[in-house]
Design a protein around this ligand. Structure first.
Ligand code: GCU
Length: 611
């Protein structure tokens, strides 16, 4: 009762989630005009494009989003003054973070303006148009033909802005102000252990739909053996409207009518011929969500996931998660966080076929929908998370609103992804009352948005001598406990002593080791009896000993070592071994397998074959 009152109090005291706007779920599958490709870009480190030198409105000499061609105006008016020129600024090919635009942009952290034009052959009366961004890191202000279309806060979730009244027939101009700088109230706060990757990092689409359209649709298989679905229409005719869910390959049609809020939910017994999705057989079905003459299509797998005691059951059968962690960063010497289907496939096939894995923790923020759709296709189970990471400003209502928006946007985008089984609300956060209340609010949001998946969080466990205990009070609120552990890397434990460390938990739930790892620079070999840290031999022995420790934990149901590949981190500046990269990858940044890769792949082959 107390817990319920506490959550109610928080919900009353703190504002509703930020960033409210259209969902346009499965927008990436809709017919659209792509705005990916060549954009002009112009840095604005002192943000002159936002306000004058004494504050107030932006001056014409620095207004990047004005609906003009600066060179034309300057040609016709000798007294015109511009201290920028968007159309003659350099060109970059988006999506991709500005780190790849030029060498000077390697550590740029601030405001960059992007601009391009696009053609609209003719306006379509009775239709509605939206600009949909897959992600912009960290905040975005979008202008169309000189007018503000909208803003978004948060670097890893999609947003859609209605531009129906801003478009014109012929040539249109879009300008986006992207600001990568984060402050203590942001999510995540400024200090993390990964590269900032500021910029427009995922695709930009122009989507035109009917006046009333299907803004959101979801469907899932429940442990009750029924298929449950929901549709939400948006527009003047959204209420009391006929809607339908269709799965042609199953001959399934589920029809109904929306309520006064344009929403409908319904359910039906799952057809006997339904083929369940699993890593061994990742079956996907074409699904249509129809209403008001519009159709939202998606490709959906059907499976169940639940916890029973200390077991995780997939389709009613206990499973062990043979996983690895990933950041959103493609293989290569100069990643720009541009996750194409080929880049996603290269990473995930290393997990499935190289490591014999069935699970990925997509850390520490919602990854590209390209990655989660690829996991659906390849048959990898997914842990998805929001960047509530380390020192979050727990008592700030704006911070909570931002985190809640991220949870809502992430789940709304991905709840049709069969691969996703776990929603994580935090990573390595310090235990205190404000943090517990903050995270319990997020857990409440997750459960109301998606009661069908499991909730977890990466915790830190207490240690007394040789015993580690899951002593975080939040464990009681989770379905699956998870702990990051680095004994033998961040602690002075001799590797030979790690295997004997014992794990205990006061609550009987499944546990995942959501992180463990050691740095190794690919190609640095040390054949000494006690190899040095940063050598491949040390990393391999660290894995052997930590896996031996893991085998002794009776309630362990998953492993997600840190991390598949070396990744950029400004915190890692050892000039010989790191050079701005966190080297805990089992692969080098270019994909070279280190010795530890084979230690883990052998372990997973054994676990897969029940040996
Ligand atoms: C932490 C953290 C990671 C970090 C890792 C490391 O557990 O969750 O984001 O990169 O440890 O220190 O390498």
């Amino acid at each position: 009762m107390v817990k319920l009152l506490r959550i109610l109090l928080i919900l009353l005291l703190f504002p509703a989630a930020a960033n409210a706007g259209p969902a346009l779920t499965a927008a990436d599958l809709r017919t659209s005009q792509s705005l990916d490709g060549a954009w002009h870009w112009s840095v604005d480190p002192y943000r002159d494009g936002l306000s004058g030198f004494h504050g107030g409105g932006v001056g014409s000499s620095s207004n990047r989003y004005a609906d003009i061609v600066q060179a034309d105006v300057a040609r016709d008016n000798p007294t015109a003054l511009f201290e920028f020129d968007m159309q003659r600024s350099p060109v970059a090919y988006l999506p991709g973070a500005w780190i790849g635009h030029s060498a000077e942009m390697r550590y740029y952290n601030g405001l960059v303006w992007y601009q391009r034009t696009f053609e609209v052959p003719a306006l379509q009366p009775g239709k509605r148009s939206f600009l949909r961004f897959g992600a912009v890191d960290y905040s975005a202000a979008v202008y169309v033909n000189g007018k503000l279309a909208g803003k978004h806060l948060g670097g890893f979730t999609p947003f859609a802005l209605e531009v129906t009244g801003l478009l014109r027939a012929g040539t249109n101009q879009i300008t986006v102000g992207v600001d990568s700088e984060r402050h203590d109230a942001d999510v995540p706060p400024p200090v993390t252990d990964w590269e900032n990757y500021g910029g427009i990092t995922r695709s930009v689409l122009l989507i035109t739909v009917s006046e009333t359209y299907v803004d959101d649709g979801w469907v899932r298989l429940g442990t009750d053996g029924r298929i449950t679905a929901g549709i939400r229409l948006d527009g003047a005719h959204a209420n009391d409207a006929p809607v339908a869910l269709r799965i042609p390959a199953l001959g399934l049609v589920l029809e109904g009518k929306t309520d006064a809020n344009g929403r409908w939910t319904g359910s039906i017994a799952a057809p006997r011929k339904l083929a369940r999705w699993s890593p061994e057989s990742p079956t996907l079905y074409d699904v249509s969500f129809e209403g008001a003459g519009d159709t939202m299509k998606d490709r959906v797998g059907f499976r169940t996931i639940e916890v029973k005691g200390e077991d995780i059951l997939l389709n009613g059968k206990s499973i062990f998660l043979r996983g690895i962690c990933l950041h959103e960063e493609e293989l290569g010497d100069n990643p720009v966080r541009a996750i194409t289907p080929a880049a996603a496939r290269a990473l995930l096939t290393e997990v499935r076929d190289g490591l014999h894995g069935n699970f990925v923790r997509l850390a520490h923020y919602p990854h590209s929908e390209v990655m989660t759709r690829m996991a659906d296709e390849l048959g990898l189970l997914v842990w998805s998370e929001v960047p509530v990471y380390w020192r979050v400003n727990w008592s700030n209502p704006d911070t909570l609103a931002t985190a809640r928006a991220m949870v809502r946007e992430s789940i709304t985008r991905d709840r049709n992804r069969a691969s996703i089984i776990l929603w994580s609300v935090a990573n390595e956060t310090p235990v205190n009352d404000a943090r517990n209340a903050f995270l319990r609010t997020l857990i409440g949001d997750v459960r109301s948005l998606d009661p069908s998946r499991l909730v977890t969080a990466a915790l830190l466990a207490g240690r007394q001598g040789n015993v580690q205990t899951i002593d975080d009070p939040l464990a009681a609120d989770l379905d699956v406990m998870a702990a990051n552990t680095y004994n033998g890397w961040y602690t002075p434990d001799p590797l030979a002593s790690v295997a004997a460390i014992e794990w205990r938990s006061p609550v009987r739930k499944p546990l995942i080791f959501s992180e463990f790892g050691a740095d190794a620079q690919a190609g640095y070999h040390d054949d000494a009896a006690a190899p040095h840290k940063f050598s491949e031999e040390f990393q391999a022995e660290y894995y052997r000993q930590t896996l031996a420790m893991a085998r002794r934990v009776p309630f362990l149901r998953g492993l997600a070592p840190w991390i598949l590949k070396d990744f950029r981190s400004p915190r890692r500046q050892h000039p010989v071994f790191q050079q701005g990269w966190n080297r805990k990858g089992l692969l080098s940044n270019t994909g070279q397998r280190k010795a530890a890769f084979f230690v883990l792949s052998d372990e997973y082959a054994r676990r897969r074959d029940g040996r």
